[in-house]
Design a protein around this ligand. Structure first.
Ligand code: MG
Ligand code: MG
Length: 257
């Protein structure tokens, strides 16, 4: 059952989402070659707890950390570790915040130093596909409209959409109904209507769309070990209008400074 949110709930989610954006920016400050990914996790967790909130992922279905950190061929759900980021890597940081009893969820993929042209394109197109999907998140539409738009953008650039993992409703639970696939058919899927809050999160591969799960039971990587990127926003419909609840503005302030 989809739990539609009131204006009051939107206000609470907005606060959660703003803190999430600022937590991402704290991580953005220290994403560079020579940094262990566990240090990124530590920074995010401290920042979130210092602001009276809880990192949504920690303990979720037994996940041990505050961030999912997914480097290069890892698509999503990578563990923070002793791995040291190196020039030319890409690293996806996925984070959730629980504040006021409401979750927010967003992800951003960073280049580490200089990356090759094709990987740069992968990041640009994955982010573009997120916003192209969001442009189709309209009251009266269907979830399939969003997935269709994402898939069109990705495939037009000869990249591929991961199908095994999808976006989701967001609210009192981190993962609520409905599922939000990053592929689909226009006019199909759940209705987009007043009070719906979802995470839209394209996962885009440079090579094959197929993925495998590592033996750790979490880490998802590309079957061909080519790179994968991931961008995510939490969005909602209030007063008939779409609203992007999470934000990359704090991240981008750091990246452009
Ligand atoms: Mg996420
Ligand atoms: Mg999500």
């Amino acid at each position: 059952m989809v739990k539609y949110k009131s204006a009051e709930e939107f206000a609470l989610i907005r606060e959660s989402a703003d803190l999430l954006g600022r937590a991402h920016a704290e991580v953005a400050k220290i994403v560079k070659a020579g940094v262990k990914t566990i240090e990124l996790d530590k920074r995010a967790e401290e920042f979130i707890r210092d602001h009276g909130a809880y990192p949504s992922f920690k303990g979720f279905n037994g996940f041990p950390s505050s961030l999912c950190i997914s480097v290069n061929e890892v698509v999503v759900h990578g563990f923070p570790s002793e791995y040291v980021l190196k020039e030319g890597d890409i690293v996806s940081i996925d984070c959730g915040v629980l504040l006021n009893g409401y979750h927010s969820d967003s992800a951003y993929t960073y280049p580490v130093g200089t990356i090759n042209q094709q990987t740069k394109k992968l990041l640009e197109i994955t982010k573009k596909s997120l916003y192209d999907g969001i442009d189709q998140f309209l009251s009266g539409g269907r979830i399939g409209d969003v997935g269709y738009a994402i898939q069109q953008t990705v495939q037009a650039h000869h990249f591929t959409v991961v199908r095994e993992l999808v976006g989701h409703g967001v609210g009192r639970e981190l993962h609520e109904e409905p599922d939000v696939p990053n592929y689909g058919k226009r006019g199909k899927g759940s209705k987009i209507q007043e009070g719906l809050v979802i995470a839209i999160e394209p996962m885009v591969n440079m090579g094959t769309r197929h993925v495998v799960q590592e033996k750790d039971g979490w880490t998802i990587r590309t079957q061909d070990r080519k790179p994968s990127a991931h961008f995510e926003h939490t969005v909602g419909i209030l007063n008939g209008k779409p609203e992007i609840l999470t934000t990359f503005k704090y991240i981008e302030q750091v990246l452009n400074s």
